[in-house]
Design a protein around this ligand. Structure first.
Ligand SMILES: *Cc1c(COP(=O)(O)O)cnc(C)c1O
Length: 371
């Protein structure tokens, strides 16, 4: 299996391959561009909403020991029962609610979209929001209805209710706190949307740990609520573990759509160890929240900069010239996310993940040098 020298292999004609691809793959897929993940080696990474703090050494040793015990010759537990038990023990999952695990919550967005994608179904979400809702709707051939947020990025409840009455969507996505704005939806608004929606309403709480509101404890109170969560933003982005919590009747259907061993054995071994060390993650989350406040004040003090109030681990900022800011930061090895040109409402907007104190100082110093 180990070829020191590349072996010249016969190759089909390039034009023939291109013609077969064009004749076979769906035109709408061919017209897509693959999700772009920038290379960030050696850069200060303030672009992906990760937790910037590594896990403490003692916890890493416990993780290493748990990983060493994994039988990699065997398939993982198909249901992920140990992970579900650890989630139920660490979080306010109400008794009687069911959980489905995903390879990141991204995968569950695809699973839920697939589960509702019958002819005539529509998917609806406020915008700007997380791009994957639209991308998976397109892949499933389901119309995607975007309802604009208000100019200050608050949820436009009246517009949402009107769109729900008009479109009768099978699925409503509500990221709260929202990405990339950082704002959360009011609980009363979410309750009215749940009451009005004929289908399922998924409240995507990817950033719930960085705010003070969650519908997780109330998930059984509504007949059509799914709460979607992930460990990615609190410190386990590399492990890829997302989960959805709902009434068992919903989860039973979503379970049929996911692939059989979607959460690998290494992640299943690591997640319970980290969830049992809840104090470590909550200290890191508290540090990020304190830094968010300091960074928001420092950025807002700059001329021409507006900072959107955030319940997440990032700040959306409007600056005088986002493209120029982005490039100048990149030259200084600092990567943020530039939303300029991606959506009308996000003109001159950058999304900046709250980093460590040292990373945030580096960001502010780079801005001092260049603006
Ligand atoms: C990051 C993000 C996700 C996806 O996270 P995973 O890493 O796939 O678990 C889902 N929803 C929102 C709103 C996000 O910002």
């Amino acid at each position: 299996m180990n070829h020191a020298q590349p072996i010249p292999a016969p190759r089909a004609d390039e034009a023939e391959v291109a013609a077969r691809v064009a004749a076979t793959v769906r035109a709408d897929v061919r017209s897509l561009t693959a999700y772009h993940v920038p290379k960030a080696d050696g850069m200060v990474m303030l672009h992906a909403n990760e937790n910037p703090h590594p896990l403490p050494a003692a916890l890493r040793r416990t993780i290493a020991a748990a990983v060493a015990r994994v039988g990699l010759n065997r398939y993982p537990d198909g249901a992920g029962d140990a992970v579900k038990a650890a989630l139920a023990a660490a979080l306010p999952v109400p008794q009687g609610a069911a959980i489905v695990l995903g390879n990141g919550s991204d995968e569950l967005i695809q699973v839920l979209t697939t589960a509702v994608a019958r002819p005539g179904a529509a998917v609806l979400s406020p915008e700007p929001t997380f791009a994957m809702y639209r991308i998976y709707a397109r892949q499933s051939g389901v119309p995607y209805v975007a309802v604009p947020l208000r100019a200050d990025f608050a949820l436009d409840e009246d517009a949402m209710l009107a769109a729900i009455a008009r479109e009768r969507p099978a699925l409503v996505w509500l990221a709260s706190p929202n990405n990339p704005t950082g704002r959360r939806a009011g609980t009363a608004s979410i309750e009215r949307i749940l009451a009005a929606a004929p289908g399922v309403v998924v409240v995507d709480e990817a950033y719930a740990d960085f705010g003070d509101a969650s519908l997780l404890p109330r998930v059984l109170e509504f007949p059509n609520l799914v709460v979607l969560r992930t460990l990615s933003k609190v410190g386990l982005a590399g492990a890829r573990l997302g989960y959805a919590v709902a009434h068992p009747a919903w989860i039973a259907e979503f379970d049929k759509v996911r692939s059989p061993y979607n959460v690998n054995a290494l992640t299943q071994a690591v997640a319970p160890v980290v969830l049992a060390a809840a104090d470590v993650l909550s200290e890191q989350v508290a540090a990020i929240r304190a830094e968010r406040q300091a960074l928001a004040e420092a950025l807002a003090a700059r001329p021409g900069v507006t900072v959107v109030p955030s319940d997440a681990n990032f700040l959306l900022v409007r600056v005088p010239d986002a493209d120029a800011w982005f490039e100048r930061l990149k030259e200084r090895r600092i990567l943020v996310k530039n939303f300029n040109g991606s959506h009308r409402a996000l003109e001159n907007c950058l999304r900046i993940t709250v980093g460590t104190p040292a990373e945030n100082r580096a960001l502010l110093a780079a801005l001092d040098e260049t603006t």
